[in-house]
Design a protein around this ligand. Structure first.
Ligand code: FMN
Length: 181
């Protein structure tokens, strides 16, 4: 079928190299807003989305994530914006991870639709379970009662203008889907 949304969904790729230039506020808000319209369990809008563009906090995120990876390179590939997605303690809200994942998915597709690059970056759960992570949540303006109730890092996006071409999609595996009538 010839459809621009279907085409974008197939063409979006994870971007692992970014231009240093910051994206515009208009672009950022378009991506964030797409995240807020993701479907979510019982319509609770449980997820919290925090876009970081502050250089010191970006450096801190890069360091914290790299420490968990045991790497010296930047896990966010130099992206000038990092978007963090949090959700309630998954033991207390069973849709927390699903909700946050759909927010991230919407934002990745929205980013592609407006010419930005993005990549889901992991390890937020570990990063924000430490004392340093909780202190950082406070600095990011997340309400204390949510932190105390176990707000959890679901994932993050590296976001920016793509540098070069991303890796092409791998061929889809055989029998990825089946139709039973
Ligand atoms: C749950 C999840 C975690 C991921 N974590 C990382 C990551 O930490 N670093 C990274 O470079 N890519 C990460 N990715 C991106 C995947 O590697 C990428 O989506 C996959 O290879 C398919 O490529 P595509 O997005 O270009 O289609 C993650 C993707 C998902 C959905």
């Amino acid at each position: 079928m010839d459809n621009t949304v279907l085409k974008a969904l197939k063409e979006r790729r994870s971007v692992r190299s970014y231009k240093p230039q910051q994206i515009t506020d208009e672009e950022l808000k378009a991506v964030l807003e797409a995240g807020t319209f993701a479907p979510n369990g019982m319509g609770k809008q449980d997820s919290w989305i925090v876009a970081v563009q502050n250089p010191q906090i970006l450096d801190q995120l890069r360091r914290m994530n790299a420490e968990i990876l045991g790497s010296t390179s930047d896990p966010y590939y130099g992206a000038p914006t990092i978007v963090l997605v949090f959700g309630s303690d998954p033991k207390k809200w069973g849709n927390s991870i699903q909700d946050g994942s759909l927010v991230l998915g919407n934002m990745m597709n929205a980013a592609y639709a407006i010419g930005l690059g993005s990549c889901w970056i992991n390890r937020e759960m570990q990063m924000f379970s430490t004392e340093e992570g909780k202190a950082l949540m406070r600095k990011l303006g997340i309400p204390e009662e949510l932190i105390q109730a176990g707000l959890t890092g679901i994932g993050a996006l590296a976001l920016g203008y793509p540098e070069g071409e991303p890796r092409p999609a791998k061929p889809r595996k055989e029998n990825y889907y089946r139709i039973v009538k």
